[in-house]
Design a protein around this ligand. Structure first.
Ligand code: QAP
Ligand code: CO
Length: 185
């Protein structure tokens, strides 16, 4: 016979997956506002965003993608998915002229990946979830991912770096998928 103890509150695992806006939703084009005060509400949103990102699975997510146009991004580029980063009001400064190319995707552009060229190295300044200033230099995939997420805060998507032809093809395919999904609902 199995004997059950009382459930302790730290054993209760609450998880919330947030709905992700998809291109060409116009709400992805809003400019995100700075976070004025880092409250429990902001921390709860960051936690839900990380869970949503891990479930996808993805390596980065901006609050604007879950309909909150505020300057908050989460990311984790680690193999083991155990290095979550929360960046609030991030500022980027490119370092040097070196550029690098990565195949980028986006949770708001599901199913599409294209090569994007960006500065290889950036200086990052932000606040963490405890309102402490953090500052570091990012290179490699981390630099690309942070730039991709910071673009979201300015209403910019990776498809904006592609040719009009490629972007329009992606838009038409996603619009058709959205229409078909609506028809089934
Ligand atoms: C941004 O994107 C990024 O199409 C984060 O069907 C991506 O996490 C920066 C995803 C690559 C640099 C390189 C995309 C999941 C996740 C999809 C993501 C999909 C399922 C994208
Ligand atoms: Co994205």
């Amino acid at each position: 016979m199995v004997k059950y103890g009382h459930l302790r509150c730290e054993e209760i695992f609450a998880m919330s997956l947030l709905a992700i806006l998809e291109f060409p939703d116009r709400r992805l084009r809003l400019k995100a506002r700075p976070v004025a005060e880092i409250t429990d509400t902001i921390r709860a949103l960051a936690k839900d965003m990380l869970e949503t990102m891990y479930a996808a699975p993805g390596i980065g997510l901006a609050a604007i993608q879950v309909s909150q146009p505020i300057q908050l991004i989460v990311l984790d580029i680690s193999e083991e998915k155990n290095q979550p980063m929360i960046l609030i009001n991030p500022r980027l400064v490119p370092l040097g002229d070196e550029r690098s190319c990565y195949d980028e995707g986006c949770l708001s552009v599901p199913g599409f990946y294209e090569t994007v060229e960006r500065p290889a190295k950036v200086q990052v300044q932000a606040l963490n979830e405890h309102a402490e200033p953090i500052e570091f230099v990012a290179e490699g995939l981390l630099a690309t991912c942070i730039q991709h997420e910071c673009d979201h805060l300015n209403g910019k998507l990776f498809v904006d770096y592609l040719t009009t032809l490629k972007r329009e093809r992606i838009r038409k395919k996603l619009e058709k998928q959205h229409k078909d999904a609506d028809g089934r609902a």
